[in-house]
Write a protein that binds this ligand. Structure first.
Ligand SMILES: C[S@@+](CC[C@H](N)C(=O)[O-])C[C@H]1O[C@@H](n2cnc3c(N)ncnc32)[C@H](O)[C@@H]1O
Length: 231
């Protein structure tokens, strides 16, 4: 993995979370509830199996684990420290380790998932990923999704007409996030993401969601025969 792609900003996310001892009372932490509400509105049931890719310190995960049946939550992240923090939060909620699985991986390795997935989800993961990494994530995930299951993922999305070399400024909570086409944080155009999705065997759709500045994209696993002419 090229150094500019990742670790720096991801550690910053964790550091920001930890800056306040009462981080679980912050507005930012509450975004985890909005993520869970979004998934429930999209059909998430207690008996569904889900993967939270780039789950961080379990802002969504600590709620999803309590909502889902035991063992139905998988959280994956490149940052093992974030997963440890999440484990600690769950322990304080008296949730034991057999109710969830956390995987530290820098290569979207879903090999540790023992159940097929009804849904996968990422909040603010693709905003930190290059096109190559998104391609790998979609490719590795596909075989673990049940037929017709969807993967919801937020990202910074420009218009298709936007010049790709442009830096884009996104005002957010009194600050400005500047995204770039070739550097973390990344922005994309719908056509680029659609091409990646199609090549990896998904249909792509933009859906309404909770995120104030990122767009939610729904990737639905396609039957390999979809679109082929049947004689
Ligand atoms: C902005 S944080 C969002 C965390 C979490 N989804 C949330 O909303 O609280 C982005 C997360 O993606 C993780 N991440 C970045 N690159 C990754 C990769 N290649 N594989 C897995 N996780 C990654 C980071 O470690 C970080 O926890």
């Amino acid at each position: 993995m090229r150094s500019h792609e990742n670790r720096y900003r991801e550690k910053i996310f964790l550091r920001n979370v930890l800056r306040r001892a009462d981080f679980q009372n912050t507005a930012s932490w509450q975004l985890g509830q909005e993520q869970l509400d979004f998934l429930i509105a999209a059909g998430l049931n207690k008996d569904w199996v889900m993967a939270d890719i780039g789950c961080g310190p379990l802002r969504l995960g600590c709620r999803a684990v309590e909502y889902l049946e035991g063992g139905h939550y998988y959280g994956l992240d490149i940052n093992a420290d974030a997963l440890e923090l999440g484990k600690g939060i769950l322990a304080r909620l008296n949730v034991t380790g057999d109710n969830y699985t956390l995987v530290a991986t820098d290569s979207f390795d879903f090999g540790g998932l023992s159940r097929p997935l009804d849904v996968a989800f990422s909040n603010s993961l693709f905003s930190h990923l290059s096109e190559d990494r998104i391609r790998l994530c979609l490719a590795n995930l596909r075989d673990h999704l049940k037929p017709g299951a969807s993967y919801y993922s937020t990202l910074f999305l420009l218009d298709d007409e936007a010049p790709l070399e442009m830096r884009h400024r996104w005002p957010y909570r009194g600050k400005v996030i500047t995204t770039k086409p070739d550097r973390n944080p990344f922005h994309y155009r719908p056509g680029d993401i659609r091409a990646l999705a199609t090549a990896a065997g998904y249909a792509m759709e933009i859906v309404a969601a909770y995120h104030p500045i990122q767009t939610m994209v729904k990737f639905t696993k396609q039957n390999p025969d979809a679109g082929r002419n049947v004689e």
